[in-house]
Write a protein that binds this ligand. Structure first.
Ligand code: UD1
Ligand code: CA
Length: 457
């Protein structure tokens, strides 16, 4: 299992400002950029969960266009929001957060909602670097991605001191050739931030108030800015669908490796997709092409066979799922239960050792231990208006191609004859058959053929 990092309080009070007011136009989406999911979880929440590990005393998310969407995603969290009505740049956005900061005194981390993968450990090193003997005014998180693309560039001036930060749009050819990039994240004291921020202007290619210009203002005050370099993955900024897919890819690669380290077998790791909250036990075997939506727990020793899609499901130890199974929210498989090919399970419990091996829909149902659900069985749970439950007792046997019209109960140990449409309860240990009785008419087929062949000739 993957352990969450434990919360640790920093000695000096910490405030975190997260910028999320940008329009995200490059995403071409009605959904706010920072709410696009990675591993099924909005990118902003990835970042907030990391931030929580630092136990800040104050968290402010700067919102603008689409603020309602962001605010509803933040419901239930102790995060305040600040409004940046017009998006005039990253420095302007931070300025709009200052009133919410009040008279806070301590360290401030400025993060971007579209840069969700920074590690708590890296943020801690940034904060610690502020306290080093050379007392830098600003600590900037940098990275050296393989493709520096349109990131702002960081020009060093000896050691880790930053001589200049320049936006890609404003950079010269020589500056664009530099690979060290700005992640956007920085740390400084609240006092310095309040003093320096108002001095930033907007005389640049985009006519925006650039946060990186804080470095120049600090320099005018005789204070240095220093760089800390993080892993490239920590600083991935997501502006477009292609970058979103690349971020997803990186996240998945890391989680697959963690899963294998924790004792999960992945035959073809690259084809298995986890959600941020997927929990998988030891000695679970996952075959190729399996997709985990949110809310899945798999206990030790289960097997998830190829091309299965699981969401909101709990899978007990030793269970077998798939190939080609679909488990939807509320599917609970108790120890040793089996769900086979082309079986869909929704809001239903399969007791210990129960089996539904082929071509079945089980919705809104309770299935007792060791019951056997024959091929093609359907629980008819919906009448177009309401949903109803089907209850199948322990050890019951449902013959193939049966339709169980809910609400209905099949007692423990009962047998339902194949092809039945069951509309009434079946008593325990009894046989329930509901289909037209078979007739046999001797010689009929032969006569039929003769009649037809006469018409051809
Ligand atoms: C920014 C940095 C760039 C850095 C890159 C890292 C600036 C000027 N540029 O560029 O140096 O390499 O991030 O990913 O800081 N935002 C607001 N209000 C605004 C503008 C932006 O809240 O008025 C927010 C956005 O929602 C986003 C973040 O700030 O979360 C960064 O803005 P974005 O426009 O994506 O900046 P980049 O061009 O990526
Ligand atoms: Ca960005």
């Amino acid at each position: 299992m993957i352990a969450e990092s434990t919360a640790q309080s920093s000695p000096i009070p910490l405030a975190v400002i997260i910028l999320a007011a940008g329009q995200g136009t490059r995403m071409k989406s009605d959904k706010h950029k920072v709410l696009h999911p990675i591993a099924g979880k909005p990118m902003l929440l990835h970042l907030l969960d990391t931030v929580a590990a630092l136990a800040p005393s104050c968290e402010i998310v700067v919102v603008g266009k689409g603020r309602e969407q962001v605010e509803s995603a933040l419901a239930g969290r102790t995060v305040s929001t600040a409004l940046q009505a017009d998006q005039l740049g990253t420095a302007h956005a931070v300025g709009e957060a200052l009133p919410a900061l009040g008279d806070f005194s301590g360290k401030v981390l400025i993060l971007f909602g579209d840069t969700p993968f920074v590690a708590a450990e890296t943020l801690r090193s940034m904060l610690a670097r502020l306290d080093a003997p050379d007392a830098p005014g600003i600590v900037v998180l940098t990275h050296s991605p393989e493709d520096a693309g349109a990131y702002g560039r960081v020009i060093l001036g000896g050691g880790d001191r930053i001589a200049k930060m320049v936006e890609y749009k404003d950079a010269s050819e020589a500056e664009r050739a530099v690979r060290l990039c700005n992640s956007g994240m920085m740390a400084l004291s609240a006092e310095d931030l309040r003093t320096w921020l108002p001095r930033i202007g907007n005389d640049n290619a985009a006519a925006e108030y650039y946060l990186p210009d804080l470095i120049m203002v600090a320099a005018e005050e005789g204070r240095v800015a220093v760089a800390i370099e993080g892993a490239a993955i920590e600083a991935i900024g997501i502006n477009s669908r292609a970058e979103l897919a690349a971020a997803e890819h990186h996240w998945q690669q890391r989680r697959r490796a963690e899963m294998m380290t924790a004792g999960v077998t992945l035959i073809d790791p690259a084809s298995v997709w986890f959600a941020a909250d997927t929990i998988v036990g030891r000695d679970v075997m996952i075959e190729p092409g399996v997709f985990f939506g949110r809310g899945v727990i798999v206990a030790n020793g289960a097997t998830i066979r190829a091309y299965s899609h699981l969401e909101g499901a709990s899978i007990g130890s030793g269970c077998e799922v798939g190939p080609y199974a679909r488990l939807r929210p509320g599917a609970v498989l108790e120890e040793g239960a089996k769900v086979g090919n082309f079986v869909e399970v929704k809001k239903a419990t399969l007791g210990r050792g129960a089996k539904a091996n082929h071509l079945t829909y089980i919705g809104d149902a309770d299935i007792g231990a060791k019951a056997n659900i024959g091929a093609g069985t359907i629980t008819c749970n919906y009448d177009g208006f309401f949903k109803y439950r089907t209850v199948i007792g322990e050890g019951a046997f449902i013959g193939s191609n049966s339709a169980l019209v809910a609400p209905v109960t099949v007692g423990a140990g009962a047998i339902v004859g194949a092809g039945s449409v069951v509309t009434k309860d079946v008593e325990p240990d009894s046989l329930g058959v509901a289909r037209a009785e078979q007739k046999g008419i001797a010689g009929w087929a032969k006569r039929f053929r003769e009649r037809k062949s006469r018409k051809i000739t």
